[in-house]
Design a protein around this ligand. Sequence first.
Ligand code: MN
Length: 226
Amino acid sequence: MSMNWNSPAHPEFLTTDNRRLSVNRIFCIAKNYEEHAKEMGGEVDRKAPFHFQKSFDALTFGPEVRYPSHTDDLHHEVELVAVLGHGGSNLSLEEAQSAIFGYAVGLDFTRRDRQAEAKEKGRPWEIAKNFDDAGVMGRVTPKAELPAMDNAAITLDVNDQRRQAGNINQMAYNPTELIAFLSTLQELKAGDLIFTGTPSGVGAVTRGDHLVGRIDGLEDLAIQLV
Ligand code: MN
């Protein structure tokens, strides 16, 4: 008798030149913008970045995104996503930069009520951050087609109202520094995604809401909560 495991396939992301590449892991950086850290009642840790992971099968590309169970306070976080074309351990900043294949607009959905409980109880953020459709990303633009991604407006509109507005130059740790740091913790691989943190203005969304995330130079990410 043979076992028949229905193990999920790693999702493939689409590039703007219509290539399909497999997602490996999803690393998400917390508190990487000073104003967002403050609105959450915290501050940026200048000694080292802080991160968590989402499962690869928590990722969706929309346009429909399922509102999750176990929350009355689902928050949007618009983020720049760096996509690795190759990996490595203990990467120098130069090696980390060359490991980036491209960038996309992403959304890190968060059960904010569950996160507040986790913080209060000293528990991990798992229940707040990892669920079906908890991570969303648009098509990936190859780095070769972009200017240096160190200065670009990042915004999120909900039902045509501006909720978040910032610039990726406000990150405490830029993508290259984040990748170099993560590569000291484990070997990074092709297909690893790094959600680089959100600017201020996070807030609640509900079923039926239409969200558009934008970062200068990248393809817009437009989704609907269902
Ligand atoms: Mn986030």
